[in-house]
Design a binder for this molecule. Structure first.
Ligand SMILES: Cc1cc2nc3c(=O)[nH]c(=O)nc-3n(C[C@H](O)[C@H](O)[C@H](O)COP(=O)(O)O)c2cc1C
Length: 305
């Protein structure tokens, strides 16, 4: 596998032929750039924390998301049951896209469809917009036609990627779920079907009980675990996936420092993404990028594939 030094942040790098000034992205759904712009004004643009921005996942129809409460803090991260609230495709294109297009970095739009047709419409309509550099497929959802979680099954994932691949010339990233028997097998299927990159990990399925009632705390019943608690799981999955595909891997899961990011790069990731840490420190992406740059020259030798 040919690899460009990912820590060469100062010179920049490319992800699927899109030039990036460095390797630190945000995890979809964990940084609201529109709210941050409202709060910080143009200072956000001058000191934007990420080298590319990934939108929160959008769906074809608008969604209200899950009933509250939506977050539970664990000793080492979060369990979220947000449920993908969003304005739907038309609302996103008309309302959010023009604002996200003002960000000083390439824009990745994350989409989720509950059928292959829905996914196809999303990819086609998002892909025709010049403001969009790449499209990420969030496949952590059931296909209503088959009942299978798309990203948990290699054949489902391949069918979804094959369906959308001819519809856009933009790079397509498949965001893998860790809740699969063998994420590396799903990654291989995505690559064979034409994916340009894979990103991982999405959240692990989890649950919290109300301490008094011992009933599920989260309005959605169960949720997704993220943050430091999942880092070791993510690192292993990134390493195993990077050994099985030749397309770039974007690694995430509990990254909170440049040293953590360097570990993911050493495990075979081309880029990293920061999620839960941005809730604690909205400028975390910038700090992690700077820490990573200061590690230039440090050995990233571990790959062992
Ligand atoms: C509050 C919250 C919302 C999220 N929303 C999305 C989403 O809309 N789409 C998606 O693909 N992943 C979503 N994720 C998953 C993250 O992008 C990321 O894959 C995961 O949290 C692991 O990274 P982390 O441990 O650094 O947070 C969300 C995570 C959190 C904590």
């Amino acid at each position: 596998m040919s690899r460009q030094s990912p820590v060469a942040g100062r010179q920049g790098l490319d992800l699927c032929a899109v030039a990036l000034r460095g390797p630190v992205l945000n995890g979809s759904g964990t940084f609201d750039a529109i709210a941050a712009r409202r709060a910080f004004g143009d200072a956000l643009l001058e000191r934007f924390p990420f080298d590319a921005f990934v939108s929160k996942t959008i769906t074809l129809a608008p969604r209200e998301g899950n009933p509250p409460p939506r977050l539970w803090e664990t000793p080492a991260g979060l369990i979220n049951s947000i449920g993908l609230p969003n304005k739907g495709l038309d609302g996103f294109l008309a309302g959010d896209l023009p604002q996200l297009a003002e960000l000083p970095v390439p824009l990745v739009v994350s989409v989720m469809g509950f059928s292959r047709d829905e996914l196809a419409t999303l990819v086609e309509r998002v892909g025709e917009r010049d403001e969009v550099a790449m499209i990420e497929l969030n496949v952590s959802c059931p296909n209503v036609e088959t009942g299978l979680v798309m990203g948990a099954d290699p054949a489902e994932t391949a069918a979804a990627v094959e369906r959308v691949r001819p519809l856009t010339a933009k790079p397509v990233i498949v965001k893998l779920t860790p809740n699969a028997n063998e994420p590396a097998g799903v990654a291989e299927a995505a690559e064979s079907a034409g994916a340009d990159a894979v990103s991982l990990i999405n959240t692990l399925k989890g649950m919290a009980l109300h301490p008094g009632t011992r009933r599920p705390w989260l309005g959605g019943g169960t949720g997704g675990v993220s943050g430091p608690a999942v880092r070791a799981v993510a690192l292993e999955q990134v390493h195993s996936v990077a050994g099985r595909v030749s397309i770039p891997v974007i690694g995430m899961g509990g990254i909170a420092s440049g040293a953590h990011a360097a570990e993911f790069l050493a495990a075979g990731a081309r880029c990293v993404a920061v999620g839960t840490e941005s809730f604690r420190d909205p400028s975390a992406g910038r700090r992690i990028g700077a820490e990573l740059t200061s590690l230039v020259g440090a050995s990233l030798a571990f790959q062992d594939h």
